[in-house]
Design a protein around this ligand. Structure first.
Ligand SMILES: Nc1ncnc2c1ncn2[C@@H]1O[C@H](COP(=O)(O)OP(=O)(O)OP(=O)(O)O)[C@@H](O)[C@H]1O
Ligand SMILES: [Mg+2]
Length: 378
């Protein structure tokens, strides 16, 4: 480490002493500032923030002890070396009380001066190292607590997910049973119903696995220009499949969409499908209304890509709305893991975007996602 990285402020009312100290310290390589009394020194100290102050103990205007106090108040780590004369015993003792690092006596001996400065520098370097270690240690503690919270949520997730998989497996068994017995009886309506149940549950397992992978692998985002048409057609096809046997209309409005979207397509697809899945569930949950609709609107608003997903399903009350992005919050009992929106929000945040929710119980819900697209939109 370069010892001369520390600047030194020399304070003495005697010009000769200032000169001697300046020459000796500049020769070694230190940057030196000079002041003739405590007041001038304090101004210089504030402007230059030297790490070491060498000050005469007796000076007009503001003495060495007062300067020491003021310096320590402003920067407690500063190393202050006092220059003392004959008969300054009491002042010397009192400067000890206020945290002086060392003393040199008048007339100043250059070797002793160098030794005192070198000791002060060693102390500064040790302080610096200590601060670095402390900082590293703090970072490690933060990392460790992040890791353990990740691990504990992972454990919780495995529990919840296995529970859900059990439910899904029961549904698969049911689908298989219906399809098989339909085959036996040559009743193809039953076969179709069984296969449909199988397809729905395979789809759910797929989505769940995708979510888990995204959460646990912490894959790096890879944002790049993606043709909007292809991305939105993929979503439309997924929705057509999902809604094949449900009386829910799906409407895509991309008239105001840009040609290119600056997104990580796989991640964003997963986020939107999670929100759309919830919209489907909300419509199915709302059994009183026979006329259900889900819409996806994509438009450009200045530098933002705005995606709206609206449904006229069951909606939610204010208490539910506050919790929907929490990991494992679900109102769907065994049918939900409470993973979907947690993932979706994370993905949107990784795109530096925001998501807002409007919902009215029994009326429906609208999710509004805003993604900054700066410099990437045509
Ligand atoms: N469109 C919506 N309408 C009404 N309630 C919703 C809607 N979207 C989300 N919610 C509420 O938010 C909760 C959390 O949603 P989230 O997608 O995180 O979990 P989930 O759908 O219950 O389970 P998972 O998505 O893991 O299968 C839901 O259980 C539901 O109560
Ligand atoms: Mg969901």
């Amino acid at each position: 480490m370069d010892k001369t990285q520390f600047a030194i402020l020399v304070v003495d009312d005697e010009e000769d002493i200032r000169d001697v100290l300046e020459i000796a310290l500049t020769d070694i390589g230190y940057q030196v500032f000079l002041a003739k009394d405590g007041k001038e020194a304090l101004d210089l100290f504030e402007a230059q923030q030297p790490s070491i102050v060498i000050t005469d103990i007796k000076m007009p205007v503001m003495g060495g002890i007062e300067l020491l106090k003021q310096v320590k108040q402003r920067a407690p780590d500063t190393q202050v070396i006092m220059i003392t004369g004959h008969g300054d015993m009491e002042l010397t003792i009192s400067s000890l009380k206020f945290g002086a690092a060392d003393f040199i006596t008048k007339p100043v001996n250059v070797d002793i001066l160098e030794l005192a400065v070198s000791k002060a520098v060693d102390k500064l370097i040790a302080d610096q190292k200590l601060a670095e270690y402390t900082h590293k240690l703090e970072m490690l503690v933060v990392e460790k607590s992040k890791l353990s919270s990740h691990l504990s949520s992972l454990g919780l997730m495995i529990g919840t997910v296995s529970h859900n998989i059990k439910g899904l497996l029961t549904n698969l068994d049911g689908g298989l049973y219906i399809a098989r017995s339909g085959l036996k009886k040559k009743n193809f309506t039953d076969v179709a119903e069984g296969l449909d149940l199988l397809a729905q549950n395979v789809d759910k397992i797929k989505q769940m696995i995708m979510d888990i992978l995204m959460y646990s692998k912490d894959r790096q985002m890879n944002r790049q220009p993606v043709p909007a048409k292809k991305f939105l057609t993929d979503i439309q096809e997924t929705m057509t499949m999902k809604l094949a046997h449900h009386p829910i209309a799906f409407q895509l409005d991309a008239a105001q969409a840009p040609q290119t979207l600056n997104i990580d397509a796989a991640f964003m697809m997963s986020a939107l499908v999670n929100i759309l899945d919830n919209a489907v569930d909300a419509c199915l949950e709302d059994k009183d209304n026979p006329d259900h609709k889900i819409s996806l609107t994509v438009e450009k608003n200045r530098d933002n890509l705005v995606i709206k997903i609206a449904d006229n399903g069951c909606g939610m009350d204010v208490e539910t709305k506050e919790k929907i992005f929490d990991l494992f919050f679900s109102s769907k009992q065994v049918k939900g893991t409470g993973f979907g929106l947690f993932i979706a929000k994370n993905i949107i945040a990784q795109h530096q975007g925001t998501v807002a929710v409007d919902s009215i119980k029994r009326r429906g819900t609208t999710f509004t996602i805003s993604l900054p697209q700066k410099d990437q939109m045509p």
